[in-house]
Design a protein around this ligand. Structure first.
Ligand SMILES: Cc1ncc(COP(=O)(O)O)c(C=O)c1O
Length: 385
């Protein structure tokens, strides 16, 4: 038995998505820039996918630039905007951004930019008023994620977007975790740039997009044949983009029902897990992604818990997939105000559309005894007792 509860890291491709992609590997394999029928069929499929992705965030299709995923989209948004507007050298982000936002900003810092990193409260929420106070005449952009990948907290981006619009500052949001899970409307939320990724919504890996509001200029990361309105040169990954489009169309239809079902599963998981002694919930109790639960367990190491649960055939994680192999505690949990030893004992359970009540039952059956056993051998327990 193998139960997958790590959907924030990546998801299984939906069989309907796979079916939609298949013809574009061998039958309709044309280059979307070619003039002949093969090329035209590829181009038509690409534009159809663009419409489906745009529909999920209420944007225009021509505002969608296909990329290789969330990391590239964040880099293009941040560095591309910075290079296109060299007169403004101040950027505002939050302390819980994904590394794919943090690192491009750190890189820009080394090249003369000033980066303000705003703190979050103990639930992981950014204060919109703090954003407003941090904006200066030389502020180029604010980049605040829509929902956090580790703790699932949903940020008040509509209010942050409104502040940015009023102050004439660009607003980018990393929506990799929220896209297709909760409603997004780029106009209502005053979003100028938005990053999304296909593999978090049961689409293939290696595909994503950047929404770029009409009229905003960016400098591309890679120069070449001028694909994707000159912003992302390189022959398009047609099959991958078709899969992304299909996954977005399915999400649009099924998002509301999935969110309702997953929220109920999540809340049951939280209620039962918090019966374990010395445990707590990381992130906001209500303002969080439908499929995310992140727990802290005192006196144990999250990694040990993940490995033990893996032996029971249950796949969960300690934090973000990219950083969970490092021994450093998560910067997100530290930003909430947790102590190092508390941040080390975290467990992220992230549900996807293929999870059932039986999966949660299976986890709940082994979790209390696994925590207990690890505590018995824990050096922390003796130290802090
Ligand atoms: C919030 C967030 N941003 C960016 C990324 C990176 O996306 P990708 O894996 O498509 O590069 C992830 C993936 O874990 C994420 O969770």
């Amino acid at each position: 038995m193998t139960i997958y509860l790590d959907n924030a890291a990546t998801t299984a491709v939906d069989p309907r998505v796979l079916k939609a992609m298949q013809p574009y590997f061998s039958k309709h394999f044309g280059n979307a820039s070619s003039l002949h029928g093969f090329g035209q069929r590829a181009r038509a499929a690409l534009e159809d996918a663009r419409e489906k992705v745009a529909a999920l965030i209420d944007s225009k299709p021509e505002e969608i630039i296909f990329t290789s995923g969330g990391t590239e989209s964040n880099n293009l948004a941040i560095k591309g905007l910075a290079w296109a507007h060299p007169n403004k050298k101040h950027i505002i982000i939050s302390a819980i951004e994904h590394h794919a936002v943090m690192e491009p900003c750190e890189w820009l810092r080394k090249h003369g930019y000033d980066i303000t990193v705003l703190p979050v409260d103990s639930y992981g929420l950014v204060d919109p008023k703090a954003v407003e106070r941090a904006i200066r005449p030389d502020t180029l952009m604010v980049s605040i994620m829509h929902a956090n990948n580790e703790i699932g907290t949903i940020e008040p981006i509509e209010r942050i977007g409104a502040i940015c619009r009023a102050k004439d500052v660009f607003f980018h949001t990393d929506a990799v975790q929220s896209f297709g899970k909760i409603p997004i409307d780029v106009d209502a939320m005053h979003i100028d740039l938005l990053s999304a990724s296909s593999h978090k919504i049961h689409g293939p890996k290696g595909v994503g997009c950047l929404y770029v509001r009409k009229g905003i200029s960016l400098v591309p990361l890679a120069h070449g044949g001028g694909h994707e309105r000159g912003l992302r040169s390189g022959t398009e990954n047609v099959a991958g983009i078709v899969g992304f489009g299909e996954a977005a169309a399915i999400a649009k239809k099924e998002m509301a029902a999935d969110a309702k079902r997953l929220t109920a599963l999540r809340d049951r998981l939280i209620k039962e897990t918090l019966k374990i002694q010395d445990s707590w919930l990381n992130g906001h109790p209500r303002q969080r992604l439908p499929g995310n639960a992140n727990f802290g367990f005192r006196y144990i190491e999250g990694e040990a818990l993940v490995l033990q649960l893996d032996m029971h055939g249950i796949a969960v994680s300690t934090g973000s997939a990219c950083s969970s192999k490092s021994l450093e505690p998560s910067h997100v949990l530290l930003a909430l105000g947790l102590r190092h030893e508390e941040a080390h004992g975290s467990l992220r359970v992230s549900l996807g559309k293929f999870n059932t009540r039986a999966d949660i039952d299976a986890l709940l059956k082994v979790l209390p005894q696994t925590v207990e056993r690890l505590r018995e051998i824990s050096p922390f327990k003796r130290k802090y007792k």
